[in-house]
Design a protein around this ligand. Structure first.
Ligand code: MF3
Ligand code: CO
Length: 249
């Protein structure tokens, strides 16, 4: 069942989202060669605690960390770890913040030091594809309109869209109906309604879209060892259009 959120609920999620966005801005300053994702995870825990919030992912279905930290060919759900990040790597930090019961979910891919032109292109196309999806998140449109906008753009730039993981409805739990595929056909799927709160979180691969699961049962990575990037916002569908609840600008 797709639930619709009240203005009050959406405002609470926006408070969580503002905090999450500020946390990402702090992470951006920390990311450089030599730091490891375990330290970033600890920073996030501390940051949320200081600000009266909790990491909703920790303990979710047995997940052990505040953040997911997916490096290079890891598509999503990478475990924070003590291996230092290296110049030229990319790392996606993904987290769900709970502030007084309001949830917000946002992932961002960071470059570690200088990265290649091709890597920069993958990051830019992935971020732009997110905003192209968000533009379609309008009451009256259908779910397929979002996926179609993302897929046609990403593929026209020579990249591929991961099929095995989707965006989702969110609040009061992390994953609620509906699933939001980042590929699809225009005019297909459930109609979008005012009051829906969803995540859009395209995972875009440099090579093939296929994913394989690590032995840890969580981390998905590309089958060809090529890079994967991801940007994610939580947003509400409102009378006046999509309202990003995790805004960084
Ligand atoms: N933030 C993730 C998402 O975008 C949720 C991951 S749940 C976890 O769907 F337990 F793996 F952290
Ligand atoms: Co997320």
């Amino acid at each position: 069942m797709i639930t619709l959120k009240s203005e009050r609920e959406i405002n609470q999620m926006l408070e969580a989202g503002r905090l999450l966005a500020n946390c990402h801005k702090e992470i951006a300053k920390l990311i450089k060669p030599g730091i490891n994702t375990f330290e970033i995870d600890q920073f996030v825990e501390e940051y949320l605690k200081t600000n009266g919030a909790t990491p909703e992912q920790k303990g979710y279905k047995g997940y052990q960390f505040a953040t997911c930290a997916s490096i290079n060919d890891e598509i999503c759900h990478g475990f924070p770890r003590k291996n230092p990040l290296k110049e030229g790597d990319i790392v996606t930090i993904d987290m769900v913040v709970n502030l007084n019961g309001g949830l917000a979910d946002s992932a961002w891919t960071y470059a570690v030091g200088n990265v290649s032109e091709r890597t920069k292109k993958l990051m830019n196309v992935t971020k732009t594809s997110l905003y192209k999806g968000i533009e379609q998140a309008i009451a009256g449109n259908r779910l397929g309109d979002i996926g179609y906008a993302i897929q046609t753009y990403a593929e026209s730039e020579g990249f591929s869209v991961v099929r095995d993981f989707t965006g989702h409805g969110i609040g009061p739990t992390i994953h609620e109906a509906p699933q939001i595929p980042h590929f699809g056909s225009p005019g297909k799927g459930p109609r979008l309604k005012e009051g829906m709160v969803i995540t859009i979180e395209p995972m875009i691969n440099e090579g093939a879209w296929f994913s394989q699961m690590d032995e840890n049962g969580w981390t998905a990575r590309t089958v060809d060892g090529k890079l994967s990037a991801q940007y994610e916002h939580t947003l509400a569908i409102t009378k006046t259009g999509p309202l990003i609840l995790t805004p960084q600008e």
